[in-house]
Write a protein that binds this ligand. Structure first.
Ligand SMILES: Nc1ncnc2c1ncn2[C@@H]1O[C@H](COP(=O)(O)OP(=O)(O)O)[C@@H](O)[C@H]1O
Ligand SMILES: [Mg+2]
Length: 276
């Protein structure tokens, strides 16, 4: 048998088609006058832990809303697992159910129990009648309890959501998202209001779930240090533009976007901005 000789070209190994999210020159506007995002290019690998950081009002939440189809760009193309978000498209609607989106407000229903909040994640799997009467099959309740154990909520199923601590509330919204059997997890500043120790507990929990379930996590953070600690890549957004895409390699921070900034310059740039 004839062997085909492959010529080794190092640049080939950098080409990957396994991009779960692709944003190409995205412009977005809420009021058709000012752009909230200006020419964003972003490409996220399947299974990655990707973080987005930036000052308040820089466009982080807008980016997440584009990634779950809640917003449509004014200009540019976006692909979620190679599908263009469109609520009128059946294929996308089906896919949307597997995007676990955790808003900054968390979106918990305060007066119902932990278990009932988590079961909301299974609603898209119910038939019309089951959904109308919120009749969850035994298998879904079993699954919810399994996930509760996974996120450290066992024994708390009957507690009302308003009674929970900040850390516990985050565990519930993570469990609700995992109940969706997601391929993508989007979380908007989920640990910003937590103390250092609890924030790390929650981040560890997500990292663990990510490994078990082969998830792609895209998380908006306030704290760049924390983002760098957990993420493969960190996009820094400023005034609607992506100014950096950095990551930790060994004991240095690498800028993947321009490739010519030192650690000091990167950190300086961010800290100077955040003091303004
Ligand atoms: N619903 C909205 N209507 C009009 N403007 C909005 C709305 N949401 C956000 N914006 C504007 O879009 C820009 C980006 O906002 P956002 O994505 O929420 O930023 P971040 O999450 O980084 O704080 C800001 O200038 C903000 O005022
Ligand atoms: Mg925001």
């Amino acid at each position: 048998m004839k062997q085909i000789q492959m010529t080794k070209n190092p640049s080939f190994s950098l080409i990957s088609t396994n991009k779960i999210i692709q944003l190409n020159d995205i412009w977005t506007s809420y009021d058709s006058k000012i752009f909230a995002l200006e020419g964003i290019n972003m490409s996220i690998d399947r299974g990655a832990n990707y973080a987005i950081v930036g000052q308040s009002g820089s466009g982080k939440s807008t980016l997440l809303k584009l990634m779950n189809g809640m917003m449509i760009p004014s200009k540019g193309t976006i692909k979620i697992d190679y599908v263009t978000p469109n609520m009128n498209d059946k294929k996308f609607k089906k896919m949307m159910h597997t995007i676990g989106y955790i808003p900054q407000s968390l979106g918990l229903i305060k007066n119902i129990t932990v278990l009932d909040n988590i079961l909301i994640g299974a609603l898209p799997r119910l038939n019309k009648l089951q959904s109308l009467f919120k009749q969850f099959p035994e298998s879904e309740i079993k699954e919810a309890k399994r996930i509760m154990e996974l996120v450290g909520l066992d024994g708390k199923e009957n507690r009302k959501a308003y009674m929970l601590s900040g850390g516990e509330k985050r565990r519930v919204v993570i469990a609700r998202a995992l109940m969706q059997k997601p391929t993508i997890l989007l979380a908007d500043e989920i640990v910003s209001e937590l103390d250092h120790v609890t924030a790390h507990e929650i981040m560890d929990l997500i990292a663990d779930a990510q490994k078990r379930m082969n998830l792609t996590a895209i998380m908006v953070h306030h704290d760049i240090q924390l983002a760098l600690e957990y993420a493969n890549r960190v996009a820094v957004i400023k005034d609607g533009q992506k100014i950096l895409e950095i990551g930790v390699e060994g004991d240095s921070i690498v800028d993947f976007q321009t490739g010519d900034m030192t650690n000091e310059e990167i950190m300086e740039m961010y800290y100077d901005d955040s003091k303004k």
